[in-house]
Design a protein around this ligand. Structure first.
Ligand code: NAD
Length: 245
């Protein structure tokens, strides 16, 4: 169905990014795996190739303009085009706002928000020439709620939601859609380290009474990449089992 199309997923060596990469590969996309984790990225790329599509592992720190540019350049050299960019790379550095260090603030904003901007800008230049493309940004319900203990993370993800709208407005005339997905509590290595009482509290508040899986998020990303979503742009789809409505 998507034979010959090319998708890039940042931060896809593991977790939600890896699930997105596998889902898109199963739907026929060639998938570029990008991460700062070199060995894990290579392993994921090998897993992708077993599904019968092509893959490429590119080591790139999304917070660096040079790396973001290089990621798109290597993709175009290998495959000639970029049809879908999924900005998934992200980190948390939780702390109370009054105790938060400048380094905790900067690292989260640089990777989550600036990284999304840099990769989108580089990919958009290629997509604009083809007059088609999909950019899908992984935000978070934290960017809607402004979660306590996550002033840096919540601000970065609120920024991602605004950035999604700005890019959607600027790129719509070139037939490029830009959307965000805001996951709630998803079971990955990122949330594994949360204290047990916090996890229990989340489960109490989630109407569907379970943590989300990386596949729950990947399915929605695949929808936004598909032809079925061709008239959807600038929106944020919440994938939280009802935690946030
Ligand atoms: P994860 O920590 O398991 O995976 C994140 C991946 O990003 C890792 O492979 C990591 O190496 C990579 N990465 C980190 N810094 C990078 C950088 N500078 N450049 C490139 N890659 C980098 O986390 P996850 O739970 O899979 O999260 C994926 C995305 O989903 C993130 O944007 C996160 O904020 C978002 N999210 C997660 C949850 C959740 O509950 N897990 C909820 C809402 C949003």
């Amino acid at each position: 169905m998507n034979e010959g199309k090319v998708a890039i997923v940042t931060g896809s060596a593991r977790g939600i990014g890896k699930a997105i990469a596998l889902k898109l590969a199963r739907e026929g996309y060639h998938v570029v795996i990008s991460d700062i984790l070199k060995d894990a990225a290579k392993e994921t790329a090998q897993e992708i190739e077993k599904l019968g599509v092509k893959s490429l592992a590119v080591v790139a720190d999304v917070s660096k303009a040079e790396d973001a540019g290089n990621l798109i350049k290597q993709t175009v050299e290998a495959f000639g085009q970029v049809d879908v960019l999924v900005n998934n790379a992200g980190i948390t550095r939780d702390n109370l706002a009054i105790r938060m260090s400048e380094a905790e603030w900067d690292s989260v904003l640089n990777i989550n928000l600036k990284g999304t901007f840099l990769c989108s800008q580089a990919a958009a230049k290629v997509m604009m020439k083809k007059r088609s493309g999909r950019i899908i940004n992984i935000a978070s319900v934290s960017g809607i709620l402004g979660t306590a203990g996550q002033a840096n993370y919540a601000s970065s993800k609120a920024g991602v939601i605004a950035l999604t709208k700005a890019f959607a407005r600027e790129l719509g005339a070139r037939n490029i859609t830009v959307n965000a997905v805001a996951p709630g509590y998803i079971a990955t290595e990122m949330t594994e380290k949360l204290p047990e009482n916090v996890k229990e509290e989340y489960l109490k508040q989630i109407p569907l009474k379970r943590a989300g899986t990386p596949e729950d998020v990947a399915n929605v990303v695949a929808f936004l990449a598909s032809d079925a979503a061709s008239y959807v742009t600038g929106t944020t789809l919440i994938v939280s089992g009802g935690l946030v409505m």
